[in-house]
Ligand binder design. Structure first.
Ligand code: ZN
Length: 318
């Protein structure tokens, strides 16, 4: 099932299917992280095993306006978003290291200027969403806002709880401002509200905003993630409190009913199907307030299943 594939690369890596990355003839060039953030002589690029497992993550996509002042600037398989305002723009997520330059090209293609990006945000500290942030910060010069729970992983460039697994490292990126649950970020008349929805990562951050389309307001949710994916839940958790965190997230999100549900893995929200309807002339193709409740219920059921499975594998139900 596609829904549980987020970060599943790590599962495969943990299972040992990935040999140390070998250069591939078709591999995009390695991305140079900013000198201040980079250990001497180190370049960052996505290991071949991940590229091969998720080819859409680096497949370019045509950028487009989603609804209101929200634009899609990601690849076919990784969602990155630009929120434009008269006072500058907000960029959410960095994808893999290689996605950064793709996103910058998409911004230009839409007729915007990367120099107008005034704030950088992130949904969570996993290499497939934070890997491009250091490069995006270097080019735009924008300050980076993120949660306290994810700060150590973002600044350390590691996958929390799997620090020895260097295949899933990301270029370290300094957090300039720590975002708290419920805190708002405002620019040029647009306000985003951060909600910490922990579990998938310790500081997983979902973003709400209201946009206007054809004279009407629509509530938009860019949801962090609630998949179990590669996370260890029991008996040796990825981080202390992870099970309680997932349950907290399912509790606070059970009544969420955004008009528009967006995700950092576009297939979670059916983005490409909606895009096809939009291209066919449906201006409100992304409006569907049944999409998020259905998604989060499926995530909760999957979480309980995975937890039981991991506990059973450990030989107990501690
Ligand atoms: Zn993730």
């Amino acid at each position: 099932m596609k829904k549980v594939l987020a970060c599943a690369a790590l599962v495969a890596l943990v299972a040992g299917c990935a040999a140390p990355a070998k250069p591939s003839p078709n591999a995009p060039p390695a991305v140079q992280a900013p000198a201040e953030a980079q250990p001497e002589g180190r370049t960052w690029s996505t290991p071949d095993a991940i590229r091969e497992m998720f080819p859409t993550w680096l497949e370019p996509a045509e950028p487009f306006r989603v609804i209101g002042n929200i634009y899609y600037i990601g690849s076919k398989g990784l969602g990155l978003y630009l929120v434009t305002t008269p006072d500058g723009d907000i960029l959410i997520d960095g994808g893999l290291p290689e996605n950064a330059d793709m996103a910058l090209a998409s911004i230009r293609k839409l007729g915007f200027d990367p120099a107008d990006v005034k704030i950088l945000l992130n949904t969570h500290a996993h290499f497939d969403h934070s890997g491009g942030l250091a490069r995006l910060k270097q080019v735009t010069g924008a300050p980076f806002y993120a949660s306290e729970g994810d700060r150590s992983a973002l600044e350390g460039g590691f996958y929390l709880g799997s620090e020895d697994l260097h295949e899933v490292d990301a270029p370290p990126v300094k957090v300039d401002h720590v975002i708290a649950d419920g805190e708002t970020v405002s620019l040029g008349g647009t306000t985003l509200t951060a909600r910490i929805t922990p579990g998938h990562t310790r500081g997983c951050t979902s973003w709400w905003l209201t946009v206007e389309e054809a004279g009407k307001p629509y509530d938009v949710l860019l949801f962090c993630s609630a998949t179990v994916a590669a996370n260890r839940l029991a008996p040796d958790p990825q981080y202390d409190g992870i099970v309680d965190d997932y349950r907290h997230t399912f509790e606070i999100t059970k009544d969420w009913k955004p008009d528009v549900f967006l995700a950092n893995h576009p297939e979670f929200s059916g983005l490409w199907k909606a895009r096809a309807r939009q291209e066919a002339g449906d201006l409100l193709a992304f409006v569907d307030d049944t999409a998020f409740p259905a998604y989060i219920q499926a995530m909760q059921a999957d979480f309980e299943k995975q937890l039981a499975k991991q506990q059973a594998a450990a030989g107990g139900t501690d």
